[in-house]
Design a protein around this ligand. Structure first.
Ligand SMILES: C[S@@+](CC[C@H](N)C(=O)[O-])C[C@H]1O[C@@H](n2cnc3c(N)ncnc32)[C@H](O)[C@@H]1O
Length: 217
């Protein structure tokens, strides 16, 4: 299996965001289409532990793949579930609980996790619970979720993690590296695809996808 180091894709959202949200943390459908087209086939199970507004699931269904996933936020979950044919495959729960569900083994995963800047205390994985504040707790929870993810996947399947480095004034967060290290505790990093946007968005010109192979037995 080979992965291109550098590609160009359009930055666009095929489905309008609901009134209670925005496109801000959706990834473009083109990213999901690109990977599903090359690395999955019709009927494959495609998993996303952080479904958000459902880009992975909607594109998967559109391409004849079978979506599965988790989304912690009730409003987002209900909005996605209400429009998905396979709505019984998605769960309104913390992705950290995925092993409590009787899920079939997945063929492929692609996800854009919640991002956390290093200098923030608010940990998005716990909805800001003060007892779980801080970047270190965020990264160790991501490592825990990646481990659960590896156990949910078929052996030798691929997991694509979309990530950006974060530039906030004087603060820089090397999130691509840090999420990579967190996932590498349970999966093998095989490649990185840098995506240049055909139509750059203000200061958002490119993004990164890390590709892991699940080598767990
Ligand atoms: C960056 S968004 C994903 C966007 C998605 N790829 C899309 O295109 O709509 C991350 C999502 O993870 C959800 N989330 C945060 N913590 C979570 C957790 N512990 N378990 C499951 N979902 C969580 C957030 O509510 C948010 O919707």
């Amino acid at each position: 299996m080979t992965f291109a180091p550098f590609i160009t894709l359009p930055f666009a959202h095929e489905r309008a965001a609901p009134p209670f949200s925005s496109d801000a943390d959706k990834y473009p459908d083109s990213v999901v289409r690109y990977f599903l087209d090359r690395y999955t086939k019709k009927g494959d199970r495609v998993f996303d532990p952080f479904m958000g507004l459902g880009t992975t699931a909607f594109v998967a269904e559109d391409m004849g793949r079978i979506p599965y996933g988790f989304e912690h936020d009730r409003e987002r979950f209900e909005w996605v579930a209400g429009q998905l044919e396979h709505w019984t495959h998605i769960h309104n729960d913390d992705a950290a609980n995925m092993r409590k569900y009787a899920l079939p083994k997945m063929d492929f995963a692609i996800t854009s996790p919640p991002y956390m800047p290093k200098h923030h205390k608010w940990n998005p994985l716990y909805g800001g619970d003060p007892a779980k504040a801080g970047y270190d707790k965020y990264l160790s929870r991501m490592a825990y979720i990646f481990k659960a993810l590896a156990q949910t996947m078929k052996r030798n399947s691929f997991v694509v993690v979309h990530a950006d480095n974060l530039y906030h004034g004087p603060h820089y967060t090397p999130l691509v590296r840090d999420l990579g290290l967190a996932a590498e505790k349970s999966m093998a990093l095989k490649a990185e695809t840098t995506i240049k946007w055909e139509n750059p968005q203000a200061d958002y010109t490119h993004t990164h996808c890390l590709i892991f192979k699940n080598t767990q037995k």
